[in-house]
Design a protein around this ligand. Structure first.
Ligand SMILES: *Cc1c(COP(=O)(O)O)cnc(C)c1O
Length: 512
């Protein structure tokens, strides 16, 4: 960890003095005023603002410096460290009734939290599909925390930031100006809400008497688990999601989908929704989006795309042809926090038919009355397009990320992760003791060591990799076999990280 000396070195004295002392004087004057006012009214010390703004300011800069040191030195540390039991037990502390110094809480953070993160900042993190975060986004998140804006509604600039991102998202994905959308926690929530809009639109169309117990939906059997869960949460039930087989590339079989729809109609069911996947969670396969759009149009079904990580491949000119037809979908779920590198969390739902979207969620309440002017103007509000009433300012870290790096650069990052996946694929193919288990469509490589009892061998290899701190892939099942799964998402990942993964898998495999 860094000490006071390195910190002083990092900030030139003149700058820090100007920063701390210059604005500190203003802070002092204000807190003096505040104290006088409190004395007069007799309401002493009930607020949470600091008595000494200068001291807090110095402490805040220290906290920022520590994080900068951490980010700058990521490569020098392990991807992940197991939590020592003493650290785990430190979270079993009694209720904090009495106050602590901010600096003491920060020391606790430095000791017990910072070194034991998830690892997804690290260049050699390749597990699941985790974004790497970014500096501009982090600073945007800090500013958002300071503003403490509530983006449920009302008339203020933060709402306009989210609206601007909605306009950008429409443009990125070729949606019309009437399309609506909003930030959500992630694609699990966005897929769920997309499904709710699809159901609402279907039931409105078929009249208020329509029961939804016969509604059925379709997705490939490689669909993310949040979609069957969304079916259950919506009350439609998991069984009402027909799981259609995939081809060798992991893409939904359109012929089987088409005949399943016909069979369901003949049996009295009411097909209402097709969920396509742009980037399956296991192997990164992209369904034939254009073919699905055509089929959905012909069958008059709602077409939703789960583009959790894959949709942002549209930012890469070389990859975007894979997503042809995305502009024809009725709704799209995707995450800025995966391939978009925005700090967690920043999911997004985009809906072509803005009226259907609003009709699904808008619920008038006296305390949410809209006005033509004043703070209660600027309707419709984001809370009219979702379940959440209070909403944080996820838009700001996204705004900082998109504006600071620009879409072209973010597209390059996405391209590069796919190039690294191809490098990994080539290395796996070149090693006789390794075996590729799935085609590489985007940035995910599934492979394994061929040693004896391969399922337990490869599970042990992955656990050893994690504990060594050298690389952090995850595992999945491909065709009943346990696979080492490397999803390269992080903008920091480089060729040497991919090479180190292969070298270490080979070393661990031969040692076993
Ligand atoms: C990650 C992922 C999800 C879930 O998104 P969250 O943001 O984690 O809620 C859904 N579908 C796919 C294909 C994913 O990769």
């Amino acid at each position: 960890m860094n000490n006071a000396k390195t910190r002083t070195k990092r900030i030139p004295k003149t700058t820090s003095q100007r920063l701390y002392l210059g604005s500190g004087r203003v802070g002092l004057a204000r807190s003096e005023k505040l104290r006088t006012a409190q004395d007069v009214t007799g309401s002493s010390a009930c607020g949470l603002d600091p008595e000494d703004w200068t001291e807090s300011r110095v402490q805040a800069h220290r906290m920022l410096d520590d994080l900068f040191d951490h980010l700058e030195g990521l490569r020098d540390g392990p991807v992940w460290r197991p939590l020592p039991s003493a650290v785990r037990e430190s979270f079993d502390a009694p209720l904090p009734i009495a106050p602590s110094e901010l600096s003491a809480v920060h020391e606790d953070f430095l000791r017990n939290i910072l070194p034991y993160g998830n690892g997804n900042l690290h260049p050699a993190f390749m597990g699941w599909v985790h974004g790497g975060g970014n500096l501009a986004g982090m600073l945007g998140e800090m500013l958002a925390g300071g503003l403490n804006a509530n983006l449920g509604g009302r008339d203020h600039a933060p709402i306009e930031v989210e609206r601007q991102i909605l306009r950008w998202v429409r443009q990125i994905f070729g949606f019309p100006a009437t399309a609506t959308g909003l930030f959500l926690t992630g694609s699990s929530m966005a897929n769920f809400m997309g499904l709710l809009v699809a159901r609402h639109a279907t039931l409105v169309e078929s009249g208020p008497d329509a029961a939804d117990c016969s509604l059925v939906a379709y997705a490939s059997n490689a669909v993310h688990g949040c979609v069957p869960q969304a079916m259950e949460l919506s009350g439609l039930g998991r069984a009402a999601l027909r799981l259609i087989p995939v081809d060798e590339a992991g893409r939904i079989r359109l012929d089987i989908l088409s005949s399943s729809i016909a069979a369901d109609r003949a049996a009295g069911f009411r097909p209402f929704l097709i969920v396509g996947t742009a980037g399956t969670v296991d192997i990164g396969a992209v369904d034939d989006i254009d073919g699905l759009a055509t089929l959905a149009e012909r069958e008059n079904l709602w077409f939703h795309v789960d583009g959790a990580f894959g949709a942002l491949a549209i930012l890469s000119p070389t990859l975007s042809p894979l997503l042809a037809g995305l502009e024809r979908s009725d709704s799209l779920a995707f995450d800025f926090h995966k391939w978009g590198q925005v700090p967690y969390d920043a999911g997004f739902l985009l809906v072509r038919d803005g009226e259907a979207h609003q009709a699904t969620f808008a619920s008038p309440a006296a305390y949410l009355r809209r006005e033509a002017r004043g703070l209660a103007a600027n309707s419709p509000w984001p809370c009219d397009f979702g379940i959440d009433l209070s909403r944080g300012f996820r838009a700001l870290k996204t705004w900082f990320t998109l504006k600071t790096y620009g879409l072209a650069k973010l597209g390059d990052v996405i391209d590069n992760t796919c190039a690294l996946a191809r490098r990994l694929e080539a290395r796996v193919r070149a090693e006789p003791s390794l075996e590729l288990l799935a085609p590489v469509a985007l940035n995910i490589v599934c492979f394994r060591h061929r040693g004896v009892d391969p399922d337990s061998l490869n599970a042990r290899i992955v656990a050893d990799l994690h504990e060594s701190g050298i690389a952090a892939p995850s595992t999945t099942q491909i065709g009943g076999q346990l696979a080492i799964r490397a999803a390269i998402v992080n903008h920091r990942t480089a060729a040497r990280d991919v090479d180190a993964l292969v070298d270490e898998v080979l070393a661990l495999g031969s040692r076993r």
